[in-house]
Design a protein. Structure first.
Lengths: 313, 177
């Protein structure tokens, strides 16, 4: 039996008995980032495919929520900082080795793109909208003419943003639960799924909803596949990794993870969407809300559990 | 030049003098500490072994905290000492997450704080506070690039280990066994 104890006494706030330095702000920020990335990805890809009129909600209406989601996300990141008045130094330094650093930069690029994209559809969605100034009108006309040109970087940056939400965590070697390369793709797919859920909530077009439902089912299947892979990889790993994954396979995170994320957040909404596609009447609100709640809880659990896991020495 | 520390786990009695000396020397706020003493008990009575370790920042040569810092506040000083520049630190907590040794903490003033190897003393040619007060003289501090230094001599003649070398951080604190 091996037992460790601090003979000098040690009870540092948020560090002992286990690390808890990132609270609700970071998982919420990751959720909003992933959600915005998902929406903007679909908006971009359907524009590139020339389907902006068939997928009107996806391309024109849903992106209008993304500037708010991204700005709220950035604000939450700001709230997380403990030396707040120095926050601007995030944007006076470029440190490519730091995921936190380049994540802040990706958001700084993505937010203006999302604003420009949403603004270019304002006059189409709200016919009474008036830009008042002539230069804004000229700018709008130019954007509308060159949407494809913006759609490409927007789609690519959406993927980067989605993956980044996972890489922010997976770059930490010291936290065995996070330190896996599958976390980036897993967060990307989960973010896309939550983005699709928002589109499902907003769309009134039956055909569009059918397409997004199908995409969402596929995303959920991929997500379940990634989660299985994540656990399998850990189970075959070192002692620190096995201890990490045991939090979810028998440990204190098992019940919330399998209840809220796997069953209520993935399996049930997938089943409801399949039933709806088969012709059963299922209010679309139910699977969409379940997916959104599942995605949020998933991030909370991973951030919380990851901080508990550590190297053993 | 590469500063390092060797701690003799067989001479340490776990008195925690190093901890108090550090807190006094560096004005560490109440309830916090930059170093701490851990007792690791292995086995069951009567076959028990005890290891006493005074732990602190490992001033890793491949520091994850320096790598993940978004503003460059965490940086290397002369001799590989890892320092945090308070006015550059935004308190994002990334370095705290990245440390496998849980050596960093969030100072009540907002920035992140940790062991500095008492760089202000080292620059004057003195030992860090913890090493200078140790009653059993079990803490050796010095330059491991200097073949004539006491620490190199000790590491040559004793078995030693570092903590979690599998984390790939190349820690520079060595525990003599």
């Amino acid at each position: 039996m091996k037992e460790e104890l601090f003979v000098s006494g040690r009870n540092i706030p948020n560090i002992d008995p286990y690390l808890n330095i990132w609270h609700w702000q970071i998982p919420s920020y990751l959720f909003l980032g992933g959600l915005a990335a998902g929406i903007l990805f679909f908006a971009g890809i359907f524009t590139i495919m020339g389907k902006e009129n068939k997928m009107a909600t996806t391309v024109k209406i849903a992106p209008m929520f993304t500037p708010f989601a991204l700005m709220l996300g950035l604000f939450l990141l700001f709230l997380d900082l403990k030396h707040k008045m120095w926050f601007w130094q995030l944007y006076t330094t470029i440190r490519l080795e730091s995921p936190m650093g380049w994540g802040a930069w990706v958001l700084m690029i993505m937010t203006p793109i999302s604003i420009i994209w949403s603004a270019s559809y304002l006059t189409e969605i709200f016919p009474n909208w008036d830009w008042k100034f002539k230069f804004l009108k000229t700018f709008e006309a130019w954007i509308i003419k060159n949407r494809i040109l913006i759609a490409w970087p927007m789609t690519i940056y959406a993927v980067i943003l989605g993956i980044y939400t996972g890489i922010l965590l997976s770059a930490f070697n010291a936290r065995p639960l996070w330190n896996t390369s599958i976390l980036g793709p897993l967060f990307l797919v989960s973010g896309m799924s939550t983005g699709a859920a928002v589109i499902l909530l907003l769309s009134k077009d039956h055909k569009e909803r059918k397409i997004m439902s199908r995409i969402d089912i596929l995303l959920i299947i991929i997500e379940l596949f990634f989660i299985t892979h994540l656990f399998m990889g850990f189970k075959a790993g070192s002692e620190a990794q096995i201890n990490a994954v045991n939090l979810f396979l028998g440990g204190s995170f098992t019940a919330p993870f399998f209840t809220f994320v796997v069953i209520l957040g993935l399996l049930l909404p997938a089943l409801l969407e399949v039933l709806e596609l088969r012709g059963f009447k299922v209010p679309v609100v139910i699977p969409a809300i379940l997916i959104l709640a599942g995605g949020l809880i998933f991030r909370f659990l991973i951030v919380e559990a990851g901080q508990i896991t550590r190297y053993l020495y | 030049m590469r500063y390092a520390m060797a701690l003799d786990t067989r001479k340490c009695v776990g008195c925690s003098d190093c901890v108090v000396a550090c807190q006094t020397e560096n004005n560490v706020p109440l309830g916090f500490c930059r170093d701490w003493v851990k007792e690791v008990v292995d086995g069951t009575y009567p076959n028990v072994s005890i290891e006493l370790r005074s732990e602190r920042c490992n001033h890793c040569a491949n520091s994850p905290c320096v790598r993940c810092c978004p503003t460059g506040a965490s940086h290397f000083e002369e001799g590989g000492i890892v320092l945090v520049e308070h006015n550059k630190c935004i308190g994002c907590g990334a370095c705290i997450e990245s440390c496998p040794y849980e050596a960093r903490y969030s100072h009540p003033d907002g920035y992140v704080d940790k062991c500095t190897f008492c760089i202000h003393r080292v620059r004057e040619g003195l030992d860090p506070a913890c090493a200078s007060v140790c009653p059993t003289k079990c803490i050796y501090f010095g330059d491991i690039d200097d073949p004539n230094s006491r620490i190199v001599n000790i590491l040559k003649n004793r078995k030693f280990k570092s903590l979690a070398p599998e984390a790939g951080t190349k820690p520079q604190i060595f525990y003599l066994l």
